[in-house]
Design a protein around this ligand. Sequence first.
Ligand SMILES: Cc1cc2nc3c(=O)[nH]c(=O)nc-3n(C[C@H](O)[C@H](O)[C@H](O)COP(=O)(O)OP(=O)(O)OC[C@H]3O[C@@H](n4cnc5c(N)ncnc54)[C@H](O)[C@@H]3O)c2cc1C
Length: 538
Amino acid sequence: MTDTPRRAARKRLEQEIFDVLIIGGGINGAVTAAALSASGVKVALLEQRDFGSGTSQESSNLVWGGIKYLESYEFGLVWELCRSRNELMRHYPGEVSELRFFTNLERGFRKSRWLVYLGALLYWAMGRFKTKPPRLLGKDEIAREEPQVATDRSQGGLEYSDSYLRDNDARFVFNFVMRASRCGAVTVNYVSAVAASLSADKVWHVSAKDETSGEAFAVGAKILINAAGPYVDAFNKLCGVKTVHQHIFSKGVHLIVPRINKSDRVLTFFADDGRLFFAIPMGDCSCIGTTDTRVTDLPAVVTEADRRFILSNINKRLVLAKPLTTSDIIAERCGVRPLVIKGNAKDFAKVEWAHLSRKHIIECHREDAHISIFGGKLTDCLNIGRELVDHVSQLGVKAKLAPRWYGEDSVAYKQDLIAKLKSLPIDDHHWLGEGTIADRLWRLYGHDALSIVESMRRSPDLCTKLIDDQPVLLGEVAYMADYEMIHHLDDLLRRRTRLSLVVPKDKLRDSAVLRKAATLLFRERAEIEWQTYFGPQN
Ligand SMILES: Cc1cc2nc3c(=O)[nH]c(=O)nc-3n(C[C@H](O)[C@H](O)[C@H](O)COP(=O)(O)OP(=O)(O)OC[C@H]3O[C@@H](n4cnc5c(N)ncnc54)[C@H](O)[C@@H]3O)c2cc1C
């Protein structure tokens, strides 16, 4: 995004009074902005860093019904999450893909494989039979179909279905931000809300700071929505708002390593702590995890103990030519799950972690026109969007939700895209975990992929890949420079694409095409951005 549209957005923030101001551009804030702006509400959204750069970029990328919650008898939650999962699968057929969870159970596990299989059948039924049915697996079948799974202590297992975000959680969030902007919302990244107060005439005045320039300014709105994820409590404190609910935090870490298995299956185990543990396909890599550790301080960081836990658990459960070590780690992901509690965090110090509900809560203070979103899941995002439209209309703002406020563009145009791509000098094939370049462009940009291809037709040098063995094209960056509000190299590498998760940093640094991309995005700032990301010696 060039400076001019950003300046225009900034100006609007300062000059207009909005119906709703949303603090936080994670999944909860983004989906709320998309739903409200598609309901005719005048919306602004402030994100202190980049969109999706909080907890939302650290998830397991699963869109799932939460099979593990069956064990704690949270049938209502599973029923609802399965419904949400099915809805996302139906409306995002490219991005939200069904995949099989190939589960090995060790002898002595707390449940027999028959019981777990019965649970999977129940889960399938709760998912309204919208996925392939579960399959009971003998030890020999496991060894034959996924030979890297260690079966010496196996009692057999099962395979069941759920779905995942094929690209990237942060990109999924960003696409809701784009939707909101297209419907007229003013969505600005790198702007923090630093204080807020409600005036006597019932307008929220939020003090904001532009993190790119240090400038301070104020934004006014009739309703304030706090969607700051793990920082919801901290921001409420700044506003002087007292809530019944609060968050406590569970840290979750994933490590990304070169692809363990070539199939598109999630290898599923129970780790030493008895929790579900996955090796999830991520392009030509595998994302392994996760941990679940109580923390009180933010931001949470990856510790040596986290790495040891993940590597020792995966090594125990696989037969690899060489066990995985820290030198195999391409990238790390670390976030906190904001878990909702009612009351004081101290009262929950001894509560069994797994027994805390993962359901979101929306707390609406009518008299202050203030709403806080607690908890949530990527999977449940559409419900959050719809619920917020209801709350906002109950607070007196006219809001009528358009039926098609989410979902991928009609596939009718995808055929045009495939035909146009064929005429370009692009070496396309089926990329592991990605599909073809046409599939990928369609998932990420929808209908706009046609204009990206058109610009590549006009300038064939835009057909170059940023990194040789990754299907990301320079033409995409040219499009992003105009439309995707990129301020730093990390926005491109970690969130608009997932290159920094699947490509080692020195390989990124060596790419001349990536340098060209930085020039396209940052112009005279390119060298500074490059050095900030890769270090000054380069
Ligand atoms: C390890 C892990 C695995 C998970 N796996 C899954 C999964 O597979 N599937 C699933 O459905 N869910 C999963 N989740 C849950 C899901 O990721 C989170 O519930 C969800 O992303 C939270 O989104 P959010 O918008 O509330 O918070 P965030 O994504 O953290 O967004 C809040 C935003 O507010 C911004 N902000 C804070 N304060 C301010 C301020 N003062 N001014 C401006 N901006 C501000 C932050 O910068 C941040 O970007 C997982 C979570 C974790 C931690």
